[in-house]
Write a protein that binds this ligand. Structure first.
Ligand SMILES: [Zn+2]
Length: 178
């Protein structure tokens, strides 16, 4: 049974609070470093988005990120691997072909609890609900509005697709709309 959203959200808000982050874009690489994780950008095969390595207790845990992927995807990968770091105990975890399709628990790309949890964690930390509330609720803007969603995606440095899923999951936009 995957951790529920509330449990993941509590872990994320603790990290954001401890790192004094209260505005987008969330500096995800800095957060990784503050958690004692080393982030390495590597030329990996396209189907590999990233990995988490913490087998050797004598060296810092390492997140490897595919440097060939777009920057927004690299950010999501780092957030996803931090999710594994915080939530799971695997010594080595390799993410192949994972995508941001966390809203669909039956998706073959998110086909087990730990992947769903890591994706939830990534969405929560890159697009924190409180930040989005501030940005959306105080504006007299009609959602869904593609320009505004794009503006949000740019401010949070996430892909348009990730932002759309996030807004759908928070019921800001309807799931059939997009
Ligand atoms: Zn994963």
């Amino acid at each position: 049974m995957a951790l529920n959203t509330k449990e993941v959200r509590i872990k994320v808000s603790k990290i954001l609070c401890e790192t004094n982050i209260d505005n987008p874009p969330v500096p995800i690489e800095t957060i990784a470093k503050q958690l004692g994780i080393q982030v390495q950008f590597e030329l990996l095969p396209n189907k590999l988005s990233g990995l988490l390595y913490r087998e050797d207790k004598k060296v810092k845990p390492i997140i490897g990120v595919n440097s060939l992927h777009p920057e927004v995807r690299q950010r999501f990968t780092i957030a996803h691997e931090i999710g594994h770091f915080i939530l799971h105990n695997e010594p080595v975890h390799v993410d192949r072909e994972y995508d941001v399709k966390f809203r669909d628990p039956n998706s073959s790309l998110a086909n087990n609890d730990s992947e769903i949890e890591a994706n939830k964690f990534a969405a929560e930390i890159l697009m924190p609900i409180n930040f989005l509330k501030k940005d959306i609720d105080n504006r007299d803007i009609n959602i869904p509005d593609d320009d505004f969603i794009e503006f949000l995606a740019q401010s949070y440095e996430v892909s348009m697709q990730a932002m759309i899923y996030r807004l759908q999951n928070l019921d800001y936009i309807s799931k059939v709309e997009k």
